[in-house]
Design a protein. Structure first.
Length: 127
């Protein structure tokens, strides 16, 4: 998309909060993923072609948030069963995270945009 969008426009697309959108965009701007222009025709746009921005770039720009809501239990740290389960689960989460991050590295915004257009065209004809 060549035309800059305001945070209000983006929030309307996802039924979200413009202030939250601005917070996310600020992190992306610090990492040269998005650029902003002020003024009547201002807004936010990508700084680089969509084919050069990976999901890993975005993930890192957002501070590498946790990928999984699950975590180890620490209700009884002295329990050998809990310790053993936690060790196995930690190894599992680490392996899963490595797979997700490798996939993020291989996916660009252009890939996602192309998939969205295909999906939209497919679903748009069904309704």
């Amino acid at each position: 998309m060549d035309k800059p969008l305001t945070s209000e426009q983006m929030a309307a697309f996802i039924d979200g909060n413009p202030a939250f959108i601005r917070k996310v965009l600020a992190g992306l701007r610090e990492n040269n993923i998005v650029c902003s222009t002020k003024g009547h025709h201002g807004g936010w746009r990508l700084c680089r072609p969509a084919s050069e921005v990976t999901l890993l770039d975005i993930y890192l720009a957002l501070g590498s948030p946790g990928l999984f809501a699950l975590g180890n239990r620490n209700e009884n740290p002295q329990c050998l069963v809990e310790q053993g389960v936690n060790r196995v689960m930690s190894e599992t989460f680490t392996a899963a995270e490595e797979l997700v991050l490798a996939r993020f590295k291989s996916l660009t915004l252009q890939d996602i945009g192309s998939e969205f257009i295909s999906y939209f065209n497919e679903k748009g004809h069904e309704e």
